[in-house]
Every structure is written in C-alpha cells, then in structure tokens.
Design a protein around this ligand. Structure first.
Ligand code: URA
Length: 185
C-alpha cells in the first residue's frame, strides 16, 4: 500500500470501537522522506479536533525537544501507535493497538527513517513488542528490524516531571547522532 491508499484506509478504518467516538482519524504529519521519525501513543483531545498529531501542550514541548537537537517539526515525520483518540485519553487496549499497528508499521516502511524516536512507555512497548519499563528502554540504541530506535520520556510526562528533561535531552542527542551517522557526518 502506498501513502494515498494507506491514508484512505486509516480515514475509513472501523477495525476497533474507537471509530465510534473519534471526531476524525489522526494519520501522521511531516516529511515523508524524513531521516527521523517520531512515534507517540495516541491522539488526545486537541489532536482529535485538528486531525494532526502532537498539536496540544505536549506537542509544543515535543517541538522544542526536536529543535534543541536541530530538527524543525516539519523535517521529521510524526505518527502515533493509535490513529484514533481513546475516550478520556485512557491507555490503548491491547486489541486496539494490535488492529492499528499495521498502519504505523507501513508508515515506517514508507518513510524508511535512519532512526526512530519513540516517546513514552506505551508507544515503546507496542512498537517494540516488549513489556519492559521505560527506565529499562531509554538511554540506549534498540532495533526494530534494521532501524535503530531511541526511546525517551513522553513530553506530557516531562511537563509534569521537568527534572527528567535533562535525561530526555541525552536521548534526543543520541537519536540525532544516529541520524548523523547515516549522513556520514
Ligand atoms: N500524545 C501522543 O502520544 N500523541 C499525540 O499525538 C498527542 C499526545
């Protein structure tokens, strides 16, 4: 499936019950040939309203985190594990993630980024198929197939726990270095 067919499939998706409560699907945004792809958990209220990922307060912090290592938001590709907002922002149910993950996996194949930056435990666990906690996943280079993956804190968590911003910055620099290695830099 190419981009157009994939986006249409997501727009009309009724694979799980979230299709009944969504305002609209949130497919993904950014450069479809990006060297860095960011993977989040699921749309929140603002994302559900606008149809775009990471456009609320957490999104503003994500933009600042990316900027701190030299990426404009438009230079990366951003998508979530779930394309529809769970009611009251509850955690995705395993069956919802299972139904939705093929869309994200195809997006990753199409973008073919040099590195993936996974924000938050839920995104990391679903993408990597692990139940390890965030503390055990961050701060290192993991792999998804042949693609290096860096896991860091979710920006919504960092808004509540700013003391961890320094560690998140270390993770961001690690992701940046993976992109630069691919550049021959
Ligand atoms: N949190 C996420 O994980 N994704 C979004 O798009 C917004 C908030």
């Amino acid at each position: 499936m190419g981009w157009e067919a994939l986006e249409q499939a997501v727009t009309g998706c009724a694979r799980c019950g979230l299709c009944a409560s969504r305002t609209q699907t949130v497919f993904g945004t950014g450069d479809r040939a990006a060297s860095l792809m960011v993977v989040g958990e699921a749309p929140g209220a603002e994302e559900d309203r606008q149809g775009l990922p990471f456009v609320g307060r957490a999104g503003q912090l994500l933009n600042a985190m990316l900027r701190s290592v030299g990426f404009a938001r438009e230079q990366v590709y951003i998508a979530n594990v779930l394309k529809c907002r769970p009611p009251r922002n509850r955690d995705p149910e395993p069956a919802e993630a299972e139904q939705c993950l093929p869309y994200l996996r195809r997006q990753i194949e199409l973008v073919a980024p040099r590195a993936l930056l996974c924000v938050g435990r839920i995104a990391a666990q679903n993408l990597l198929g692990t139940d390890a906690n965030l503390g055990n996943l961050r701060g290192q280079v993991l792999r998804l197939g042949g693609t290096p993956v860096v896991v860091t804190y979710h920006p919504a968590y960092l808004l509540r726990t700013p003391a961890h911003k320094r560690r998140a910055w270390d993770d961001l620099r690690l992701a940046r270095s993976l992109v630069d290695i691919g550049d021959g830099a």
